[in-house]
Design a binder for this molecule. Sequence first.
Ligand SMILES: *Cc1c(COP(=O)(O)O)cnc(C)c1O
Length: 225
Amino acid sequence: MSIEDKLNLIRSILPVGVQLVAVSKTRSDEEILEAYNAGQRHFGENKVQELVRKWESLPKDIEWHFIGHLQSNKVKFIAPFIALIHAADSLKILKTINEEARRAERKIPCLLQFHIASEEGKFGFLPEEADTLFTGNDLAELDHIVFSGVMGMATFTDDSSQINMEFSTLKGLFDKLKTTFFQQNDTFCEISMGMSDDYLLAIENGSTMVRIGSTIFGERCVAGK
Ligand SMILES: *Cc1c(COP(=O)(O)O)cnc(C)c1O
């Protein structure tokens, strides 16, 4: 199947209101253009250098999503153009994003990444830390950030009941933050969860944004992961 056929297949499955982010890390400009020519405009990358190079050479109406762990010293390179940062995972990175957004004279939409997986070492906020963020004194300072929702990655496992539970936890966290802090704020609306292997489960649990790579472009070599 061509990239276009695979995109169309996924589109036919996604319910209205669920946005597809085509994860294009490690893919060539030609592969990305094939998806672009099939109408795809949202692409996700997880390495700053690779993203900046692609942003420079590919069509300017692409909306670039940063989906990986972001290092403070690299925020400045993507601040002028990034459409959405999915994995804001600490107060420190939020402060840096805020500063670089101010410098770029724009506001940057961000999702808070939550640690929902059972594995150690995946990044993200704990629920208590998010409550502290939204009730504490740091919030007023973050005036160049648009808090747009939450993101999470499930455990890498074949156990779909566990994945289901983790996605449902993220949906619960979103609902609680929404009702407690963002009731009047329409921009806090995204739940970014679901990848090639688990996006159907994610949708059942209320995902609004799925990040899909290999189902569109084929398997990546392990080094690209
Ligand atoms: C690579 C990646 C994806 C896409 O993974 P696939 O299994 O290829 O769909 C989604 N989200 C994040 C954060 C990733 O790093």
